[in-house]
Write a protein that binds this ligand. Sequence first.
Ligand SMILES: Cc1cc2nc3c(=O)[nH]c(=O)nc-3n(C[C@H](O)[C@H](O)[C@H](O)COP(=O)(O)O)c2cc1C
Length: 438
Amino acid sequence: MIRKFNYKTKEMLLEHADEVGVRLPFSDDISVLANRVKISDTDIETKNSMTIHPMEGFDSEPDGSPSELTMRRIRRFAEGGAGLIWCEACVVVPEARTSIGQLWIHEENLDSFKRMAETAHELSDGAPVILQLTHSGRVSRPDNNPHPIIAYHNPLMNEKFDIPADYPVATDEYFDSLPEKFGNAARMAKEAGFDGADIKCCHKYLFSELLSAYTREGRYGGSFENRTRLFVDSIKAASVWKDRRFVIASRFGPYDCMPYPWGFGADRDDYLKIDWDEPDRLYDIMYENGVRLVDMTLGTPYYNPHVNRPYDNGGYEPPEDRLVGVSRLIEAAGHMKKHNPDITLIGTGYSYLRKFAPNVGAGAILEGKCDAVGFGRMSFAYPDFAKDILGENGFDDRKTCLTCSKCTALMRKISCTGCPIRDREPYLEIYRKVFEEK
Ligand SMILES: Cc1cc2nc3c(=O)[nH]c(=O)nc-3n(C[C@H](O)[C@H](O)[C@H](O)COP(=O)(O)O)c2cc1C
């Protein structure tokens, strides 16, 4: 039976996991979550083993700098006590913004990013702060209208984005120009005081879309080397700025959960299974070229959000039990950690578990499936989760994320987003305006 979250006790949760054929790592002792994590061969250390995933708020100023609402989010994250703050998607070229409200780092607004890093450091008492650098590819809407930049025609994604079959594909020359932009943005992130730059490759944004560009011709399509070229060249360009106090990181998705030839990392005969051959090879290449910190993820929010962030209520009823989705995320991290233990790895899948998130997170770390556990939607709903988990009061079940997908629904309307349920002022009013006052 596919069921929603109504597990009152640990026994009910683990029993249902068993019924649907998965095993969740579960530890009653959660003290491991208090441990600091040294990031690979750097001198950077997290404050504990819980991190904030990158969570976009669609609320930057038109010039790409963080707005008051963006800064409010950063302050809440920093004061919440998480061990590391991974700041949201920030483009390196303006044509690649998902909306006028997406962060964009450039020379003219560098001071605003300095304030962002400074604020996060100050209020978190020194937690490392990473900036996610991205190119939104087919999701590009720089003036809030679609101007997709696509690597190849993927009928499954074209349908989602209403892209006609004769829409022009981005040229090799355009791609050739991008690594320098990522290198430059990494330099700016360092100058602004961030502890690392994330070269994002997940969720079918540009670099991740290229990983499955089997049908593309030229230098960026077909072979494994060609499909990974832009991502790897961008890592190399960013790694110029790497040192013991500045880490090159990646939000990396090894598996799209889409059928061949439209998805990366999927078994060609059964796309519901991961084929680790190419993801493992790429993970090694990432390491060889300087990546030391990965925040892993799977699937894409645009095609199979239930894979990316298991939810109780969302756009469609998931085709699998939610705990199967949670387990896939945890076990995939376990594979990656085992494959290359020298990359510090942040796992995902925990927001769905509500009050059991600390126990399963602690279990995953104790079983060596990841070094730290990341929280996305939970950080919108309950930014103080880490402080409470480690504090005397404990984790408060009444404050957890309910995985209702309202934050995503706002984002899909190209609106500022946050949690209208747990963070009512200002998001309930924003939600009402977007959905009710039509
Ligand atoms: C509203 C919203 C915004 C997000 N923004 C980003 C982002 O900027 N960058 C990114 O890599 N992932 C982003 N994600 C994905 C999350 O980082 C995370 O992978 C996902 O929510 C699953 O984690 P969770 O189960 O803890 O929520 C976003 C997700 C949501 C719902």
